[in-house]
Design a protein around this ligand. Structure first.
Ligand code: OAD
Length: 252
């Protein structure tokens, strides 16, 4: 039996003993589905400067360019399917409501696997909102048409520009979402999966959980700034780890 299998058996025993669990996911959990990560070898931030595409200033300067990039990502994601990590987390949540899932991903793959109840820290690429926050439009609306009929899309209420309902660099997170994530971080076990642990405040939940006494776990194929701080490092692909964990939990 490998080292990872032994570690996973220990983790499954802790979970089986009734511990509450929070899983924080990042782009790495969607990598097996074919969604590009941000900082990997072919990562989005290797090819583009974030400040040209993912800031309010960039949108104000060139909404056409920013929307062309989001439209490309929407098309790419629409062609992807949820993988084993998404499926396992959805199945786990369906039988155990004490599991909390907090994601930094905007791709909607957790939801497509059937996980409805999750905290989306960075919004959703499948939702739009009015750039001018006009008083007659809803806060956000869903539009999963691929391709979008017009680039840039417009607010159906004031006919001004619409923007993707995602968090851009320099923008604060929705306080209600932050609150929900902080509550989720008060679990007995905190698992950080497929994230580089570089973007805040998302990266702060693991140290907060640890300070509150949680047993902390990192699932990542590479080292991150969090690796040295956690109780258990699982240096393996998320889809392999969650598949194995589900076999162990399901076998109980
Ligand atoms: P990153 O691209 O920064 O990090 C992805 C992480 O996943 C890396 O640490 C990889 O080693 C790891 N990884 C890749 N494939 C994996 C696999 N199969 N299993 C496990 N780990 C794997 O993505 P995030 O940490 O999610 O923000 O990035 C955080 C935020 O930065 C994003 O939400 C986005 C970006 O700018 C916004 O859009 C606001």
């Amino acid at each position: 039996m490998g080292e990872i299998d032994r570690a996973l058996e220990g983790l499954a025993r802790r979970i089986g003993a009734g511990a509450t669990v929070t899983v924080l996911t990042g782009a790495g959990v969607s990598a097996a589905s074919g969604v590009p990560t941000f900082r990997g070898a072919d990562g989005l931030w290797r090819q583009h400067r974030a400040e040209d595409l993912a800031t309010p200033d960039a949108f104000a300067r060139n909404p056409q360019l920013v929307w062309a990039w989001y439209a490309w990502r929407r098309e790419r994601i629409a062609a992807c399917q949820p993988n084993r990590t998404h499926q396992v987390l959805a199945a786990w949540k369906a039988r155990d409501h004490t599991l909390s899932v907090v994601t930094q991903n905007v791709d909607g793959l957790h939801e497509r696997a059937g996980l409805a109840d999750l905290v989306r820290l960075h919004g959703s690429i499948w939702h739009l909102r009015c750039w001018a926050s006009c008083p007659t439009s809803p806060v956000r609306w869903r539009d999963d048409r691929v391709p979008l009929p017009e680039i840039p899309p417009h607010c159906p209420h004031c006919h001004g520009l619409a923007r993707p309902d995602v968090v851009w660099f320099g923008e604060p997170l929705d306080p209600a979402v932050l609150d929900a994530a902080s509550r989720a971080a008060a679990s007995d076990i905190f698992v950080s999966a497929g994230t580089s642990s570089l973007v805040y405040p998302a990266a702060s939940f693991l140290p907060v959980a640890r300070a509150r006494g949680a047993y902390t776990v990192e699932v990542n194929i590479d080292d991150t700034p969090a690796s040295d701080t956690v109780d258990l490092v699982l240096r393996e692909r998320a889809e392999v780890v969650f598949d194995r964990l589900e076999q162990l939990l399901g076998a109980r």
